[in-house]
Design a protein around this ligand. Structure first.
Ligand SMILES: C[S@@+](CC[C@H](N)C(=O)[O-])C[C@H]1O[C@@H](n2cnc3c(N)ncnc32)[C@H](O)[C@@H]1O
Length: 270
């Protein structure tokens, strides 16, 4: 009888630190149903190649592509396998990333275990996310670096700093962009393209997909208009409800917007 090893058992063989960080248990939940699929998997950051060897064993039918800024000795690291490809270059070098995309096309899974510097994490997400297939996953490891100034993180302003953690936190608004009741909302390039953002200890998973469902509630069907119609048709007193919902609440919304614009300007939050 052939016993198929789970990801954690394979991680134990290669002694990858993805095991001690607790990542393999999370990965297993996402990957166990697709491990036999034919996928294109990109991992940023190779080092000793331990994780590439683990992915190579786990995703037997997939193409595992590893990139690293340093030269990797494939023979020495025992990475000379049919389903592993290795390239030297930086995760934030646009020319190098474009060459990679020209060679391999889109990816199903992208794992960023590279420099963990804010500038690289965000730049490579921006470069690579457009080349992730729908239903594909973009994963960033070691997000503890977002709380360390050495990596461009910011432990002193968790809410409003431009750390890589906040970059991913803000992606959660892309899930609900159609519900944002602000006529001056400036659309974001990731609106309609993300179906899930999940956070685990030091890990972020972003699921790409079509999220273009129209809002039923906002702007064209304001709550004030709905309430006015409902109350005045049920209870009469049209003038009273007109003043309440069409005048008072609209003025309140306008002032609320002005207050927030001024607050953001004063606190330099753009
Ligand atoms: C944490 S190690 C990777 C470990 C490997 N993924 C594993 O789990 O076995 C990080 C690697 O990222 C590489 N690296 C650092 N900066 C990079 C960059 N800008 N682009 C690509 N790789 C980078 C380093 O050379 C190092 O080998």
């Amino acid at each position: 009888m052939i016993v198929t090893k789970n990801l954690t058992s394979i991680a134990e063989i290669y002694k990858t630190d993805k095991l001690e960080h607790g990542y393999t248990a999370v990965y297993e939940k996402y990957f166990e149903n697709i491990r036999d699929h034919k996928l294109q998997i990109l991992e940023i950051g190779i080092a000793d190649g331990k994780s590439l060897l683990m992915w190579s064993d786990y995703f037997k039918n997939s193409n595992i592509i590893g990139i690293d800024i340093h030269k990797i000795d494939i023979k020495e690291k025992k990475l000379d396998r049919n389903n592993i490809k290795v390239h030297q270059g930086s995760q934030s070098d646009e020319k190098f990333i474009n060459e990679l995309i020209n060679q391999y096309g889109n990816f199903n899974i992208i794992i960023d275990d590279g420099s963990h510097l804010k500038k690289d994490v965000i730049k490579s997400f921006n470069l690579l996310f457009p080349h992730l297939n729908n239903n594909g996953l973009y994963i960033v490891e070691d997000m503890q670096t977002a709380y360390n100034h050495f990596f461009g993180g910011n432990p002193f302003d968790l809410k409003y700093s431009n750390s890589h953690m906040n970059f991913f936190k803000h992606l959660t608004d892309r899930l609900n962009y159609q519900e944002i009741a602000n006529p001056f909302y400036i659309s974001n390039k990731y609106d309609a393209k993300i179906t899930n953002v999940s956070f685990y200890h030091n890990l972020v998973f972003v699921r790409k997909g079509v999220n273009d469902k129209l809002s039923k509630e906002v702007l064209n069907h304001s709550y004030e208009d709905m309430k006015f119609k409902e109350k005045s048709s049920r209870l009469g007193k049209k003038t009273r409800y007109y003043l309440k919902y069409k005048v008072f609440y609209k003025i309140y919304t306008f002032l609320f917007m002005i207050f927030n614009i001024l607050k953001r300007l004063l606190l330099l939050r753009f």
